[in-house]
Design a protein around this ligand. Sequence first.
Ligand code: HEM
Length: 500
Amino acid sequence: MIEILGGCSLLISVFIIFVVYQIYTVLTIAYTRSLYNGIPSPPLDNFLNGHQLTMVAAKKSNTFLDLFGAWCKEYGSSIMVFAGFRNILFTVDPDMFKVVTSDLNSFSKLDDLPNRSLFGQRIAGWNSVLTGGGHNWAIKRKIMSKFFAKANMSEAFEFCKPLMQNYVRSTLAQKVGKGQVLELHEEFSTIFSAYPAAVGLNGFDDPSTIGKNITKILEMIPKQLGKMSLTKILFAMGKEKNETVDMVIAMRTRLKAMSLEKSQEMKSSDSETQPTDIFGLLIQANERCDFQRDLLDEYVVDDILTVYLVMDNMVKQLASLFIFLESHQQVYHKMVEEIRQFTLTDCTSLSQLRYTEKVLLESLRMAPALLRGTRLLKTAGGGPTKIGHYILPSNTQIHFSQYLIHHNEDVWKAPDVLDPERWSGGFNPEPYTYMPFLAGPRGCLGKHFAMMTMKLTLVSLLQKFDFTPRLSKEKKPTIDQGMAVMRIRNNVDYELVPFC
Ligand code: HEM
């Protein structure tokens, strides 16, 4: 009898806890959503899920950005989207872009997004120039800006040019001909993983292994996302998790040993001598940050891997350009004509490539390597504040999409057409309507490097080879709309035939 009573009271307790939790959930959701009254929002799937079911379905059918584009068209350029407990202000409003990208005191990067933690934690850590914030970020940003400044590009070019020539002459020459098809995404990954050497991040065992590992890790993420929800992914990634973690651990261990060696070398040399190379300066910068001392070498590794990680942006940018070029062959031929009449001498000679520049600007508009981004609002006193037209509570997540603003019909004529000529006659887009590199103090640090290396790569390849698309009809390459950082589904296959 006592046992039965004991069992019943346990059941009743569990039931009460369940009911209390449900009431808590409903009240919390209702309360936090009430804070956003007055901000337009699409109809909910249901109270508890908010818009989550529609979003998950759009991810599955690869129409995630199309969904947000349609919502913004119908309900407003800034809308509230609810996903369970998460409340997100999604915006494609240029005025909001301006506020979000310029006000560093109020907007920080978000740490708790599962895909950020996948990219961040595994590759660039939490405290790199890409992921960190505040005082530590400012120290590192200053150091890195110097190496990636426009004024430094001539020097970087002189490193990149022989790397590219060597790649074309030795690696690529052996792979082409006899009808062999190349996967461009993979080739660009090999090319760009060698470029960090241009700013002095060289001397590692095999930079292309680092680059390729990073590309491999990044490629695994969408596959995992396809299988499960974002929130579950961190907890259950199965076999692939171990593989990616092992790869990262191996890379990090090696780089950490090198960082330790270098910092000891710096300590034992004349303390008056200031380092001038990026590796030495990053070690020094991390020492100036308020980090735990025994983790300093870990943070230096984060910074090195950040540079390798961002190379993937150019890989995606050029691979996606060649998807568009398949259906815009006249653009391809015009670009090839310009490139083959051009003589590459020094970095400044690249500015003669007017049409190629327009093609790249257009490629960055059609599909910027970063399709969307996020920020977290933190108000000074923790209370609500006016941002744009709306009063927002502290801790609001702001999501924005540069891809969608680049495809807004009110801003761009025929936005879905790759039309380099729209950049003719010194055309300048309205402020905050073209932001492939974002804007403001946290805008892309490497945009000059990106443009220089993408042009150099195109010149080196197209002066030697004709590119014929061999894209699969059944498995056409497409851009994954579900990821913030561009991922390409399926192969970008091309046949390369020596031109001269
Ligand atoms: C096609 C090439 C590239 C594109 C489209 C691109 C785009 C962007 C965008 C949109 C951001 C802002 C992300 C955000 O805060 O939400 C960013 C940040 C950044 N980019 Fe790039 N990027 C490219 C290449 C590079 C290269 C070559 C470097 C070389 C170092 C680089 C370094 C960085 C860094 C360090 C940040 C973080 C800046 C900070 O938070 O202070 N990027 N990039």
